[in-house]
Design a binder for this molecule. Structure first.
Ligand code: AMP
Length: 598
């Protein structure tokens, strides 16, 4: 397919904020995509080059992109940077530059989505000396035949910043609208296409006959959406789901069973305020388990082959040969998919190590054996999804747990998650305290009858953990935003108070509102900080330490990246502390104390 057609779709999607319209345009477009192009196109409309679970990165920064644009257009990096400052979006800059490019390449072949994918997929492999030139060459090849519109979206795709609003749920609905319009009862036919029951057709604008969807239609449609979502959660593959729907309708989805060896989305958990609230959600009696503080792992075994996947669906089998060996010995079944938590153990004290230490093992590509010795791990299993070819996602949790229990021989490394079944709030409180005292994060409370819903945050299981004390931190720097956020400061650098000035501890961009509705907005923070800007380099600015904000976070970690020696995991703005002066912000001592108390 010509990339220009896709670029025109991007433009159409970008121009409409309405989800209904986006879905309709996408569906209309998807009908025209040939089978062979579907897998690539379904990634590209989401702004992806690899599936979301694939850890490969294109490795192109804005800086490198500017260099590439310089090569392609013959303009100086300064001129490109100037233009970028004006547009706030390298995509727009590329569009303008390509439009005014002097020597248009004659007879250039039109760009296709296949060629775009082929070249972009070669980028991650380029490492080491000479790699920058090779990357620039691969990109220049694409731009040589790109129209201005194509250039705009190529740049945004390469930088991982497409922003056309075609997220997973819009795409899911669009697949249904494209391939099963008769069953999507919320649509009506207009000429040879389908459109939502609105006043006018979204495709050809013709006025439609009056017909409103009713409750029954909505329910039928919702059931269809749920069915397709389940198929996506299980297969993680828009391409396969699209082909099944297109050729065999809903019944085609039956073939998309869970496949051992192919990563599957884990079931997620909501948070409860406390134990009482937890029982109200999961019912009584409930299964209570320690909430171990490590990382989620899905174990797939097929005969002798064992593969480990993280919650982000990245494969980490190579990084944990020690665990694979233990699993082979202690888990008795020929094939399975199990769910559990891996935690690191300090070999000297036997205590669990904080998450950031075990995360070193996840990223490790070499010296794996030595790291395994330094940070041995334990596995706590808490669910069984497939065992000996029985797909168990529809079975109640109690039964899955029994099956899990029967197949494990516990030892120092492999454990079942510690569990009690109770309806007694006092007993639950005792169990919670015991779990915290052992260095865990809290407890999980699980509905005994709950099924396993891959990818969903349903109420079959919830977590209870203590709320972290918040910190009051001062903003010492920020970054100018791009696109929608052009002209606003974003990504604020935070600092706590040291003995001798302020010490950086992290960056926050979450918890801040886009528009000036309620809460603190980017615009408001920009206005507050603007008078205090002391220097500006590229998009980065520094400010005088004046503005204090309250921040919560999941965890404090030791870190070399910041002057304080600590970093916040998932910081989030709670509110402005206009009542605080910078010298009243949290001190390094307080941070250290909170770190020790975790
Ligand atoms: P959170 O990451 O705060 O959303 O909490 C959910 C995570 O807790 C899961 O994704 C698991 O990685 C982890 N976890 C630890 N222990 C358990 C357990 N017993 N049951 C389920 N999840 C657990």
């Amino acid at each position: 397919m010509h990339y220009q057609i896709l670029a025109e779709l991007y433009q159409q999607l970008e121009a409409t904020p309405k989800r209904l319209n986006k879905t309709c345009f996408l569906a209309h477009f998807l009908k025209r995509v040939p089978d062979a192009d579907l897998p690539d196109i379904l990634l590209l409309v989401q702004g992806l080059v690899f599936p979301s679970w694939d850890e490969r990165e294109l490795g192109m920064s804005s800086k490198l992109m500017m260099k590439a644009l310089g090569h392609i257009t013959g303009m100086s990096p300064d001129a490109i940077e100037q233009n970028w400052k004006k547009t706030g979006d390298l995509g727009l800059t590329a569009e303008q530059l390509v439009a005014t490019k002097k020597q248009t390449t004659l007879f250039s072949k039109p760009l296709t989505t296949a060629v775009v994918m082929t070249n972009l997929r070669k980028l991650p492999a380029q490492e080491g000396s000479g790699s920058v030139d090779l990357k620039l060459k691969l990109i220049a090849e694409l731009f040589a035949s790109a129209t201005p519109l194509e250039a705009k979206y190529l740049v945004r795709t390469i930088l991982g910043d497409l922003r056309v609003g075609a997220g997973e749920s819009v795409l899911r609905d669009a697949l249904i609208w494209a391939y099963l319009p008769e069953q999507a009862v919320v649509l009506v036919q207009c000429h040879d296409h389908w459109t939502p029951r609105e006043k006018n057709c979204l495709i050809c604008s013709k006025p439609l006959e009056k017909s409103k969807e009713n409750e029954v239609m909505r329910q039928e449609y919702n059931a269809l959406v749920t069915r397709v979502q389940e198929a996506l959660d299980i297969s993680n593959d828009f391409g396969e789901v699209a082909k099944a729907l297109r050729h065999d309708g809903v019944k085609g989805l039956h073939h998309l069973a869970l496949t051992i060896g192919k990563p599957m989305k884990s079931m997620l958990f909501q948070k409860a305020k406390n134990i009482q609230d937890g029982f109200a959600i999961v019912g009584k009696p409930a299964a209570l388990e320690y909430k171990y503080d490590g990382f989620r792992i899905n174990i797939h075994r097929h005969g002798h082959v064992i593969r480990l996947f993280t919650r982000r669906l990245e494969e980490v089998t190579q990084q944990f040969p020690d665990l694979v060996e233990e699993i082979k010995k202690k888990i008795r079944a020929d094939n399975y998919i199990l769910d559990g938590e891996v935690i690191g153990v300090d070999p000297k004290t036997g205590r669990f190590v904080p998450f950031q230490e075990i995360s070193q093992r996840i990223r490790r590509k070499y010296d794996i054996a030595a790291t395994a010795k330094r940070i041995p791990v334990m596995l706590h299993l808490f669910d069984a999804i497939v065992v000996d070819n029985d797909v168990m996602i529809q079975l109640p949790f109690q039964e899955r747990r029994k099956r899990l229990q029967a197949m494990i021989k516990e030892d120092d490394v492999i454990h079942l998650a510690n569990q009690i079944i109770t309806d007694d709030e006092q007993e639950a409180e005792r169990f919670y305290k015991e779990s915290l005292a052992k260095g865990n994060e809290g407890i999980m409370m699980k509905n005994l009858e709950g099924i396993y819903k891959p990818g969903s945050r349903v109420g079959y299981g919830i977590k209870v953990k203590p709320v972290m004390e918040t910190l009051d931190l001062v903003i010492v720097g920020a970054e100018w935003g791009e696109g929608k956020r052009a002209g606003w400061l974003t990504s604020f650098i935070l600092a706590c108070k040291g003995n001798d000035g302020f010490l950086e501890i992290g960056r926050v961009g979450t918890g801040i509102k886009e528009g000036a509705t309620e809460g603190v907005s980017f615009e408001q923070l920009t206005e507050l900080l603007n008078p205090f800007i002391t220097s500006e380099k590229g998009k980065e600015i520094t400010v005088k330490p004046k503005i204090v904000i309250e921040v919560n976070y999941e965890e404090i970690q030791k870190s070399q990246s910041y002057g304080s020696g600590y970093a916040l995991r998932f910081p989030r703005l709670v509110r402005l502390r206009e009542d605080r002066r910078a010298d009243e912000s949290s001190t390094l001592e307080q941070v250290e104390e909170l770190y020790r108390g975790q």
